[in-house]
Design a protein around this ligand. Sequence first.
Ligand code: SAM
Length: 271
Amino acid sequence: MTIDVVSIFPEYLAGLQLSLIGKAVDRGQLALNVRDLRDFTFDRHNTVDDSPYGGGAGMVMKAEPWALALEEILASRPGDVQAAQPSGGAQPTDGAQLIAGAKPTGGAKPTLIVPSPAGEVFDQRIAEDLASRQHLVFACGRYEGIDQRVIDWAGEHFELRPMSIGDYVLNGGEVASMVMIEAISRLIPGVIGNPESLTEESHEDGLLEYPIYTKPASWRGRDVPEILLSGNHAAIARWRRDRRLERTAEVRPDLLARLSDLSRDDQAALE
Ligand code: SAM
């Protein structure tokens, strides 16, 4: 998978070089490219924002730098894009190709994720779906967000997915993108060492995870539940499922209400 990120704070994304995702990049399982939106501006101040039409507080990100950054990403797909001739008077900065009118020539469109509190709420199902894509692009907004026209334009060249990570407002799309990149890329085969650890996690099957323990068996007067020391795998599996059911009922009854296939034993655990 290739992941491209565009941001006015590319340094924010440095954390993705660490830990499992950093290793996946080192192993070549994931290509991660971060672009600075200001590299696609041509004025002295590298302006990316302006005041909103119709008035109101805050600033809006201008369409043109976004279009140029996204066109460069489209053009960088080998064999996938036919770059048009540069047009207009603007000159590209170092490393930024001006390819106004670039058109995909074939293959699946890359997926453009636009973090926004007004987007569809991201969850594990969406992470699983997006983990099957070859090319994800994250457009990190700042200020009041991005001029709608470039988002509409991008919808012609990308599979467009405006995404919220929850019902609250952040200052920018970088942290939201990192959340989504981490959730998606850990589902790519080979990124997590033991794939079994993915199947038993919260949200994989609609239930939250059971409580977990490690050595020592007794810590500050608190003992590990005896069943976990019994070696009886069937009984441990039942105990864990019961705890998952209880925990989900207590913390996220909305998730439990969506489950239609509860067994008799499951029902008993909930009584
Ligand atoms: N004016 C926007 C609104 O009311 O919907 C909020 C803009 S917010 C201050 C700036 C940027 O932060 C957004 O463009 C988006 O990239 C990001 N952002 C803020 N909250 C987010 C959330 N819950 N999920 C995803 N991205 C978010």
